[in-house]
Design a protein. Sequence first.
Length: 174
Amino acid sequence: MGISLFLLSELGTDTFTVFIQGLARTFNLSVGTFHVIVLCILLVVMLLTTKGYVKPGTILCAFCGGPIIDFFTWLLGDFINADSTLPWRILGMILGCVILSIGMSIVIKSNAGTGPNDLIAIILTDKLQKFQFRWVRMTCDLFFVILGYILGGTVGVGTVIAAFLTGPCAVLAS
C-alpha cells in the first residue's frame, strides 16, 4: 500500500520502485507485474549463486508484492492521482513512506526473509567485506534511481524522502 501511495502521488517513489516503474513504462505493463518479474529473476540468481540468504519471506515477497501493489493502486487510484491537489498528493506520499516503513519493520522483525531487492545490498556487503552496509545500500539505491530515471521512472521529492527516511522510520517502527 505504501508503494502504491508513492506511485499515485506522482511525486517520486522509493529507489527500487523508480527502477520498476521505469521498466513498467518502457514495456507498457503494470508496476506490480514488473515487480514480480524482476524479483523472481533476482530470486533465481540468488538461489543459484548464494546459500542461506533466501528464506520463505524472500519467496513470498517476490511473488506477492507485485499483485498487492497493483491492487492498492487500482483501489486508491480514484482518491489520489496526478489530478489531485498538491496537499492531498503530499499527504499520500507521506503516508506511503510511513506505511512502507511499517511494512519493512514487520518483515525485518519476522526474521522470515526479506525481499530479493533488499537482499542485494546485504549479499554484496557480505561478499565485498571492505565496505559498510550503508555505503553499499546507498550505491545500490543510486543505481536503481539512475537506471529507473533513464527508463522513465518518476524521481522527485518522494524519492529523496524515501531514500533518507524510510530506513530510519522502519527502525523507529520496530
